[in-house]
Design a protein around this ligand. Structure first.
Ligand code: FES
Ligand code: FES
Length: 159
């Protein structure tokens, strides 16, 4: 076991971990942060997405050893002081919270996109979700919600 230190949702953490453990495993099983979901565990579905230094990554294929000194944000760290983030508000308002399994990863991908590109086109939003699978309903409301959040965030000067 090795010690790994990193930041999760603004707090420094130190965990004893085997090198081959994934970030998803450490978050869920060692830190009780269960927003990132285990779906495929092969990097294909996006249910486990987190922000790693601002980039949306699949935590199921990110080895914990790569996280030393880095900044991780999970869905639990997106809201601020009890207030939903505008992306979360828009997901609720547009009926895009279709299930609890894929939604955390969708919100994380949306956050990574809007932080870099505050005014994406519809196609750019669709492109940002190309590694987020929905197996049950569809993407129209999710894309609508992200475009709505983009407008809200620009109106507020960004979040
Ligand atoms: S569980 Fe990580 S991409 Fe599916
Ligand atoms: S809405 Fe979550 S998998 Fe379809």
């Amino acid at each position: 076991m090795d010690k790994v230190m990193f930041t999760v949702n603004g707090k420094s953490v130190e965990v004893e971990a085997e090198k081959n453990w994934t970030l998803l495993y450490v978050l869920r099983e060692k830190l009780d942060i269960t927003g990132p979901k285990p779906g495929c565990n092969t990097g294909d579905c996006g249910a486990c997405k987190v922000l790693l230094d601002g980039e949306a990554v699949n935590s199921c294929t990110t080895l914990i050893g790569k996280c030393e000194g880095r900044d991780v944000v999970t869905i639990e760290g997106i809201a601020r002081e009890g207030q939903l983030h505008p992306i979360q508000e828009s997901f609720v308002e547009k009926g895009a919270v279709q299930c609890g399994y894929c939604t955390p990863g969708m919100v994380i991908s949306a956050k990574a996109l809007l932080d870099k590109n505050p005014e994406p086109s519809r196609n750019e939003v669709i492109g940002a979700l190309d590694n987020n699978l929905c197996r049950c309903t569809g993407y129209v409301k999710i894309v609508d919600a992200i475009l709505d959040a983009s407008e809200k965030m620009r109106g507020k000067g960004g979040e």
